[in-house]
Design a binder for this molecule. Sequence first.
Ligand code: ADP
Ligand code: MG
Length: 252
Amino acid sequence: IKDKLARSERLATVGQLVASVAHEVGTPLHSIAWHVEALAEEPGVTPEMQKRIGIIEEQLNRVVRIIQDLLSSTRQRKPEPTWYPAERLIEPVIALMEPGYHAKGVALHSEVAPALLAWADAEKIHQVLVNLLTNALAATGTGGQVTVTVAMRPASADERERAACTGRSDLDTVVMLVVADSGCGMPRENLERAFQPFFTTKAIGKGTGLGLFLSREAVVAHGGQLTLESELGTGTTVTVVLPGMPSESAAT
Ligand code: ADP
Ligand code: MG
């Protein structure tokens, strides 16, 4: 299972890389296409030039098609959330990460409030939690600790509004998944950059700089939010907020 996860993470990462390169390349391509078209309409274009412009346009269209195919083949699957028991979001991830934590001598604790449902695509949220726990482990030295806490609270006005945008106008409760580490923390100037794609402070081959970027994208696509607080030398706390409800009311 660990190999499978590592593989799916690598594939997702390659996909994201291709997608973002394709996206970046798309912008100058469109500019070239636009200028070539304008050039063809300039006065004094000879038939010979017209023919060459035609060839450029044809080849450009080919490149654009290739890029579009690449983009559509690698686009991330959209989350398909359901009401999912919060403890079942956490337990498999803890079980998966525990050996790595144990090997490094970092304690991994979880405190999950019972009878909570989160509006979650379990596969996506598992991946988010694996990303966060991988980051926390990397930042925390032997003897340190990482805690995963799950709790419920009333939704803020802001959160209700965001949930309404994803078709959930009935939201009055949210579930918070909090990953707190006692690790190295982050300098202030890295706090905002941490969410940029490809921002990493890790050695080449160790980090992709996509974990937080993809995690935030996935959570936002659920109608939720992912935020990070960090103090250098003290630790980092990442909070995932998802629409939630107590499980007694699941039937309604
Ligand atoms: P990666 O882990 O591949 O570097 P991420 O997007 O997961 O990419 O994280 C980006 C950067 O944010 C990391 O390289 C690290 O500098 C910083 N970071 C993320 N999580 C933590 C954490 N829990 N503690 C300290 N720094 C962190
Ligand atoms: Mg990471």
